[in-house]
Design a protein around this ligand. Sequence first.
Ligand code: ADE
Length: 253
Amino acid sequence: MRFDVVTLFPEMFRAMESGVTGRALRKGVAELHLWNPRDYTEDLHRTVDDRPYGGGPGMVMKVEPLKRALERARAAAPASRVVHLTPQGRRFHQGVAREMAQREGVILLAGRYEGIDERLVECCVDEEWSIGDYVLSGGELAAMVILDAVIRLLPGALGHEESAAQDSYMNGLLDFPQYTRPEELEGRRVPEVLRSGDHEAIRRWRLQQALGRTWLRRPELLARRRLSEEERELLEEYIQTHQGVAGSTPREE
Ligand code: ADE
């Protein structure tokens, strides 16, 4: 899959060279192309910002260099939609990552300062996404979040030991807890069932933990998801055994 990113800080994307994304890029599972609006300025000072009409604090990204950089990216990746990262966008989630992973490519537009000229959004942006209800200093980290979430879903990105199908959210639930050696850590033992070798018991315990955690921490995820008969029973049992235990009532939002 081809990714093009329009950014004033291309060096930030060195972070993608680590871990799963780095391996995917080296294997050619994903390609990353960076376009810096500063390279498309025409004045001596290579100006990339300008004052907002109507006044107020902060600056807006200057239109022409940004538009030229975006046009170059679109010419290089004509099949890709332009995705603008902004706190004003719709909220990104795993379902969007799954859908994006089916595409040939995306052009990610990372804004800086107070944002980009709205007319540029109207003419040249296909989608706007936010990664959460907080304000970052620019769209770069949001673009990298999307890059990571999408790249790890591409065929060949994860080794066969790892599998995106097992990820939390792939089944609409939070993950069950994980343990590794030692068997006892400062008086806390690994749950006995995980050492039993009973695969069916382990599957049911993990499913129950995933359901219980989701019920405690993210009840709205459960409200959106249909539960099977087995899942309903396991969750019911979890709720019964956790009633009255500190920190074990669903959080208020
Ligand atoms: N740019 C600044 N904050 C952002 C956010 N929360 N999501 C996407 N892009 C952003």
